[in-house]
Design a protein around this ligand. Structure first.
Ligand SMILES: *[C@@H]1O[C@H](CO)[C@@H](O)[C@H](O)[C@H]1NC(C)=O
Ligand SMILES: *[C@@H]1O[C@H](CO)[C@@H](O)[C@H](O)[C@H]1NC(C)=O
Ligand SMILES: *[C@@H]1O[C@H](CO)[C@@H](O)[C@H](O)[C@H]1NC(C)=O
Length: 317
């Protein structure tokens, strides 16, 4: 009896000690040095590539040269901007500086979607940053939806830095081989275009959205901490905007698209090269390091929610 009690204590300590180590661990994690995908693509400007999505000109504020865009959330509404084009595969990135101080209930999202053109069979690839009452405790949620699937495939992470102090890069690589979520060029999640994902793999052109909005009902502690507008306005800044991919020419059927205005029917993967086909060994090691230390939720481990886990969960090791 005492032995199992000790064991239990030991296990409990392990869990809480690891939790303490992680929450105290900001700044102690040395991020691995990995290839910088974000250096490979040009930075875009607001007028050239985006338009207002919601919130109006007082809340969607491009800088004079359009290289930076600030978004505001206040009591009257949030705000957002959207790419002028839809893309079929490519590389999509933004450097984001989040609002400081008390931000419980605030959601900043950088995501791709085609709900505007395919409301019943829509695809989506999401980064959602979830505010917190303590500035360093922002959480990052990633998600993928394909072809109208209603199964959320969430994975949640703490960050190894204070995301309100400086800009950090959040990037999506999406092609016929896989989807990779990267933070400061470190892969944190890979979704393979495998047989198991099949219909749930995003496979139609999507637009790129950047938004800030009120997620009071769910974002922080499951909705227990709503937005406190005493701290408004909440401002988030976006810069180093990158979208390089196959632009969808809407007059053509889906797989035909053009890069730089030129029709390219030979390939639907606009970003070519071995580094985009699969992760290097080095990148896999970096990804595992982050997942081991900072991932705190994966749908693939949620047996309370799924009596049968989605099939792709059984593919990974
Ligand atoms: C997407 O869903 C539609 C409607 O349910 C279906 O007809 C189509 O075959 C699906 N496409 C893929 C790629 O699974
Ligand atoms: C879209 O495709 C049509 C037909 O090939 C072509 O005439 C048109 O110029 C294309 N539009 C763009 C924006 O590339
Ligand atoms: C994706 O596929 C590659 C190549 O088969 C494999 O090495 C990798 O582990 C897979 N990733 C996941 C998350 O299943």
């Amino acid at each position: 009896m005492p032995i199992s009690a000790n064991k239990l204590l030991f296990v409990q300590c392990l869990i809480s000690c690891v939790t303490v180590a992680i929450s105290a661990g900001h700044g102690h994690f040395s991020p691995p040095i990995l290839p910088r995908f974000t250096d490979l693509f040009p930075h875009l400007t607001f007028n050239g590539s985006y338009s207002e999505f919601f919130g109006g000109p007082t809340k969607v504020r491009p800088s004079n040269d359009g290289s930076r865009i600030d978004l505001i959330l206040d009591k009257s509404s949030g705000s957002g901007f959207v790419s002028k084009d839809h893309y079929y595969y490519g590389f999509f990135s933004a450097a984001i500086k989040l609002p400081p101080d008390y931000t419980a209930g605030v959601v900043v999202a950088f995501y791709m979607s085609n709900a505007d053109v395919s409301p019943h069979t829509h695809d989506e690839i999401d980064f959602e940053l979830l505010g917190h009452e303590k500035r360093k405790e922002w959480a990052l949620q990633t998600n993928v939806y394909g072809n109208g699937s209603s199964t959320g495939r969430e994975e949640k992470f703490y960050l190894w830095f204070d995301p309100t102090q400086e800009y950090h890069r959040y990037s999506i690589l999406w092609n016929q081989h896989h989807i990779v979520f990267l933070v400061d060029n470190i892969p944190i999640r890979e979704v393979n275009h495998s047989q198991a994902m099949s219909g749930a793999y995003p496979s139609k052109p999507m637009a790129v959205y950047s938004t800030i909005w009120d997620g009071s009902k769910w974002a922080t502690h499951g909705g227990k901490r709503p937005v406190d507008y005493k701290y408004a306005p909440f401002q988030v800044s976006f810069t180093e905007l990158e979208m390089d991919g196959c632009k969808w020419n809407r007059t053509m059927p889906v797989p035909l698209c053009s890069k730089n205005g030129q029709d390219d029917q030979s390939s639907s993967d606009p970003i070519t090269g071995d580094e985009f086909v699969s992760l290097s060994q080095q990148q896999k090691v970096g990804m595992e390091q982050v997942r081991k230390s900072f991932m705190f939720y994966s749908y693939c481990e949620d047996r309370a929610r799924f009596s049968v886990l989605p099939p792709e969960c059984n593919e990974r090791k």
